[in-house]
Design a protein around this ligand. Structure first.
Ligand code: UDP
Ligand code: MG
Length: 331
């Protein structure tokens, strides 16, 4: 039996310019693996770092065979980096965690116990106390509640990507060809037996956040648009509302005229306001349509989700699970 078949737990860690936190991360992962009573591996995915993280990953993988590196050809973004990691993980269970130690690696062992003892397919972390800026916390809070209202599937509140999944769930996700990946939604979409466990989310162990405000907004929009068609219906609802209002207004003017005095109703300002208001609404609706269209456009292009530059610590026979085999950059 090949070694890979025996791995019980794979840790998937995406890394983008995480040189500062890297030594702590490797230590915590090594301690966690030592505490586990079964074979583990770590898939470190380099998402196009430019601060030396890549060299640190290579060094670690050469020194310790439990660590394996997947080095992407450029920065593809967190969700795609995690997807690359999932495709390369070979454990019976796969855990996803951030590289900045905001998701404690030891907690994945608790998730593993729960998954095995109570026969779950997915155990995900529910963020309880977050040590982040109040505005950021509020944005997360509002986003999860908006998503829950709009999404066509049941996506749990305050659950991020931090989770442990059984092999069959990982394979189901790897077989989803979509380019706009919102993994916490895709995980819910798979279904099976899932449970959330609360955990305290500490602050970043070192370094600065790698998710800029615009990247976070894009992730939020991806989540909303790929799991809901409600925004598309806004135009219809609003059109109905404005048309009804306009009709009522016309009836009102007509009655006023019958009574003989309509002079103070014919105002240029009223007309201009109505025109700009409606124009604005139309542009917003066009914008929403455009967002969906852009996503359709990206999907039909059918490009790979990521490109692997190099793998470190893999044997030649190890093939990623992804059905759409990512093209390799020739060295
Ligand atoms: N990350 C990544 N690619 C990116 C941005 C972030 O792989 O383009 C990684 C990052 O290195 C970290 C994880 O994703 O391991 C979460 O990023 P971050 O801590 O910046 O996000 P936040 O906690 O602020 O949401
Ligand atoms: Mg973080």
């Amino acid at each position: 039996m090949p070694m890979s078949r025996k791995i019980e737990l794979s840790f998937v860690v995406p890394l983008y310019n995480e040189r500062q936190v890297f030594p702590q991360l490797v230590q915590r992962l090594a301690d966690t693996m030592a505490a586990a009573a079964f074979p583990c591996e770590v898939i470190l995915v380099d998402d196009g770092s430019r601060d030396g993280t890549r060299a640190l990953i290579e060094e670690t993988c050469h020194a310790d065979s439990r660590f394996r590196g997947v080095l992407l050809s450029r920065n593809f973004g967190h969700q795609r980096a995690v997807s690359a990691g999932l495709d390369h993980a070979r454990g019976h269970c796969v855990g996803i965690l951030d590289g900045d130690l905001q998701d404690p690696p030891e907690t994945l062992l608790e998730f593993h116990r729960k998954l095995r003892e109570e026969d779950y397919d997915v155990v995900y972390g529910v963020r309880q106390r977050r040590q982040e800026w109040p505005l950021k916390r509020f944005c997360y809070w509002a986003f999860y509640r908006l998503l829950r209202r709009l999404a066509t599937i049941d996506i749990p509140l305050d659950a991020g990507d931090f989770c442990l999944m059984r092999r069959r769930v990982v394979d189901a996700i790897a077989n989803m060809p979509e380019r706009h990946r919102f993994l916490r939604g895709m995980r819910s979409w798979v279904g099976m037996r899932q449970v959330g466990l609360p955990y305290d989310r500490p602050g970043r162990a070192a370094g600065r956040p790698k998710y800029s405000f615009s990247k976070l907004m894009l992730l939020a929009i991806d989540g909303l648009l790929t799991f809901s068609e409600a925004p598309l219906r806004i135009a219809t609802w609003f059109g109905g509302l404005v048309a009804s209002g306009a009709f009522a207004w016309a009836v009102y003017i007509f009655v006023w005229r019958l009574l003989g005095d309509a002079s103070d109703l014919a105002g240029f300002a009223t007309l201009a306001c109505g025109m700009f208001f409606l124009g604005g609404i139309q542009l917003i609706c066009l914008g929403i349509l455009g967002e969906y269209l852009a996503r359709v456009h990206n999907e039909v292009k059918g490009r790979p989700i990521y490109i692997v530059d190099r793998r470190v610590g893999f044997e030649a026979s190890d093939q990623p699970a992804q059905t759409l085999e990512p093209a390799e950059v020739a060295m």
